[in-house]
Design a protein around this ligand. Structure first.
Ligand code: 2AM
Length: 173
């Protein structure tokens, strides 16, 4: 099965991303665009890819201890025809991804070693103009991370959460 580790966004953040997609639809070219569905909106920490058994991955991820952090949607960008929304998070996502990747490496679980560039893909095959429209800067708390499974069913990507754990709350004072 195809696996990756990700953080989920808050409902308000997903709503802002959907509103941004609606604005983008107006500037998209006629060619078909693959818009990320609301339930698929996430931030990837590590992409494992094809792996036969989630159990050792879960055992490795149970060793990760990290603090929850605040994240604000901030800015947009494009990798080729992938359109994404960036974040401002004080480095929280890169820190958490570092902990996750350290645990996977220690357990001998392979993952894509490309450096983390925190982004939320909102559209693929997007060939419209890079417009001045921006998503609303919605702030939320990242308090958990998950092991996700990716399937392509009838040509549509479906992500399923197969395990989740909470991050530690920041200590008071
Ligand atoms: P993307 O949104 O920029 O495509 C599931 O495919 C998730 O893992 C997506 O968030 C995807 O990022 C990310 N990912 C990271 N490295 C990947 C890779 N080598 N192949 C496919 N997806 C990858």
């Amino acid at each position: 099965m195809r696996l990756f580790v990700a953080v989920s966004l808050t409902d308000a953040q997903r709503a802002a991303l959907l509103a941004y997609q609606r604005a983008l639809k107006k500037s998209a070219a006629d060619a078909p665009v693959n818009w990320s569905r609301e339930e698929n909106l996430h931030l990837t920490l590590a992409f494992i890819g094809e792996y036969p058994d989630p159990a050792p991955v879960i055992r490795a991820l149970e060793e990760v201890h990290a603090l929850s952090y605040a994240l604000t949607l901030d800015g947009v960008g494009q990798f080729g025809d992938v359109r994404w929304v960036g974040v401002s998070d004080g480095g929280g996502t890169v820190r958490l991804a570092g902990e996750v990747r350290r645990a996977l490496k220690a357990a001998g679980i392979p993952f894509d070693p490309k450096p983390v560039k925190p982004h939320i893909t909102v559209a693929r095959k997007f060939r419209g103009e890079v417009s001045a429209v921006l998503p609303e800067s919605v702030r939320g708390e990242i308090a958990a991370f998950s092991l996700m499974r990716s399937d392509r069913i009838d040509g549509r990507l479906r992500y399923t959460k197969i395990w989740e754990t909470k991050l530690d709350p920041p200590s008071a004072g």
